[in-house]
Design a protein around this ligand. Structure first.
Ligand code: HEM
Length: 210
């Protein structure tokens, strides 16, 4: 909950400790998942995604077994952290600030107009604006998508029912890859917005208050 602290500080309690831990654990874990995923992907560049020099420069070549070991270790930590975050967000009521509500599409459009400098009036004050709500809820759903498609690739026989859900092995692989590319897209926009929002907004994700 976003609640004002008492006089004399005039500070806002913005992010609970648990959310900050989940958030900052997620960053290195996701980075490790992407890096180890690339070690695996090198062995079968099915989507012709990267040129040879990229694999060479990033030291990704001939490390398939390293990649698999890291990927299948860190996936558990990534999954546990994600499930803990979603459970906490659901039980604590923090989801109210995060899930887009009625009229969120129209509000998100206003945020885009504002960010482009077309809308001059200030946006309504809220912990997250509608565009952030879509982005943050979306990235959590992407995490779920990565887990489901990853498990479908990891255990194609034992977890065959997941294949039916995602439309087969090849589909699972394609979605798994596209989700990874989308994390990079999310990350670039997220960082740009964090820089734009300023130091105290960033600080609040570290100390909890703004
Ligand atoms: C250097 C890396 C990162 C920095 C500096 C950063 C910074 C921040 C900041 C400052 C906020 C609060 C935004 C606000 O109050 O307006 C935030 C929220 C959030 N970030 Fe990041 N972030 C990083 C990486 C990531 C990554 C990799 C993801 C996921 C792929 C992510 C997902 C989220 C989500 C879902 C929230 C909302 C959390 C909630 O309140 O439940 N962040 N981030």
């Amino acid at each position: 909950m976003w609640r004002p602290w008492s006089f004399p500080f005039q500070m806002m309690q913005k992010h609970p400790l648990a959310i900050r831990w989940f958030h900052w654990l997620n960053f290195p874990l996701l980075s490790l998942m992407i890096w180890s995923g690339l070690l695996i992907y090198w062995a079968n560049d099915a989507f012709f995604a990267f040129p040879d020099w990229f694999y060479k420069r990033a030291n990704l070549e001939f490390r398939l077994s390293d990649g698999m070991q890291y990927h299948f270790l860190f996936m558990w930590l990534f999954a546990i952290n994600g499930v803990a975050y979603v459970t906490y967000t659901a039980l604590s009521g923090e989801w109210r600030a995060l899930i887009p509500g009625r009229g969120a599409f129209a509000q998100a459009f206003q945020v885009v107009l504002h960010d482009l400098g077309i809308r001059k009036e200030p946006l309504p004050v809220a912990k997250y604006n509608a565009a952030q709500q879509f982005a943050y809820t979306g990235v959590v759903l992407m995490g779920l998508g990565s887990l489901v498609t990853g498990l479908a690739i990891y255990r194609p026989v034992q977890l065959g029912f997941l294949h039916a859900l995602v439309g087969g092995y090849q589909n699972a692989r394609t979605i798994h890859f596209l989700l990874t590319v989308s994390y990079v897209g999310f990350f670039l926009v997220h960082i740009a917005q964090v820089v734009r929002a300023g130091w105290s907004n960033f600080q609040a994700m570290v100390t909890g208050h703004e």
